[in-house]
Design a binder for this molecule. Structure first.
Ligand code: SF4
Length: 337
């Protein structure tokens, strides 16, 4: 999907990052946007002037400098797939897509997209964290696409490319780039390296059409996955979140068959599977922000601060779909969340 040069009517820029290379690059991508200078992005992002839904219909881009917290310890809601030194970073806040089930709607007060422009500070802090990691026998596992879809942003600024370049000089770093994007094609000139995993989120077409608004179709994601495999990249598939709709069993089974007719499972590093879940605090806030989204207002059950299907239903979903995936994968390759 080609990004419109009119995607952001307004771009807000902190005075402090006006001359940063990232800022200058992005301004060339959006020559028609109105530029508004601000002191600190939080003035705009933490106390939005308009209702969330209204802002979501016409999001602005905010360019800012991050001053601390260049890495965070991995949370209980994310998948570390067993790595002990698990961190994530937030070079972007929010996402250009509009998945109706996304927790970002409850995490942040505004849907506007924040892009931090001091990339070099992220690299230097990551280098320090690598050298100081607790478990020196394992690499530092860094999730790059955490509160965002970083690859979806690649045509605005090539963050994924820059991180891959950084990874190629840091063997003690393992990076995961989770995405629904088809922008992988913009990376097709980069030779694959073993310490980057591309994780594509996949859903049956009917789920994507109803809930993954603005994201590329699952079919086009498959084309990107095939290209990444051909080039020798490590690829993880994430069937997550599983959303229950009428005939969900048949729909997911048909979808698995479609995927594994197209892709040889032997070429897949591993698979994750997870039902819809969200912190109950984020769900509460997301419901306020998006009263129009039916999926947020379903009768979710809360257990230990996590809103999801009830325990029995979650177990039914996991065991049913995991068993199906085991037709194609060995048990250690399938992580259930
Ligand atoms: S792609 Fe991921 S981060 Fe972006 S809206 Fe969808 S779920 Fe949220």
């Amino acid at each position: 999907m080609k990004l419109s040069r009119n995607r952001f009517r307004n771009i807000y820029i902190e005075y402090a990052c006006e001359s940063d290379a990232v800022t200058q690059h992005i301004l060339k991508v959006f020559p028609h946007s109105e530029i508004i200078y601000i002191n600190r992005y939080k003035e705009l992002f933490s106390t939005p002037k308009h209702a969330y839904s209204l802002q979501k219909a016409s999001t602005s881009l905010i360019l800012a400098r991050k001053t601390n917290n260049f890495l965070y310890s991995g949370s209980q809601f994310a998948q570390s797939t067993g790595f002990k030194n698990f961190f994530y970073n937030t070079i972007l806040l929010n996402c250009i897509y509009d998945c109706h089930y996304c927790y970002l709607q409850g995490l942040f007060p505004s849907p506007n997209l924040v892009c931090f422009t001091n990339l070099e500070d992220f690299f230097s802090n990551t280098s320090t964290a690598i050298s100081q990691r607790n478990n020196q026998g394992e690499p530092l596992f860094l999730s790059l696409s955490y509160d965002t879809d970083i690859l979806a942003f690649e045509s605005i600024f090539p963050f994924a490319r820059r991180w891959i370049e950084y990874c190629s000089n840091n063997n003690n770093l393992l990076v995961e780039i989770r995405t629904k994007s088809t922008n992988f094609k913009t990376l097709s000139d980069i030779p694959s390296i073993p310490n980057v995993i591309f994780s594509w989120s996949l859903s049956p077409e009917i789920i994507a059409q109803n809930f993954e608004i603005g994201a590329p179709s699952p079919k086009s994601r498959l084309a990107s996955i095939k290209q990444a495999i051909r080039m020798g990249w490590k690829v993880r598939l994430c069937f997550d979140p599983v959303i229950l709709i009428k005939s969900w069993r048949e729909i997911y089974l048909d979808y698995f068959k479609t995927v594994f007719q197209e892709i040889n499972p032997m070429n897949i590093h591993d698979v994750t599977l997870g039902s819809f879940r969200m912190s109950s605090q984020h769900l509460k806030q997301a419901r306020k922000h998006r009263p129009e989204l039916g999926i947020l207002h379903r009768d979710w059950k809360v257990n230990n601060g996590i809103a999801s299907y009830g325990k029995e239903k979650r177990e039914e979903i996991s065991s049913f779909l995991r068993n199906e995936l085991l037709q194609w994968f060995r048990p250690p390759q399938v992580s259930v969340w």
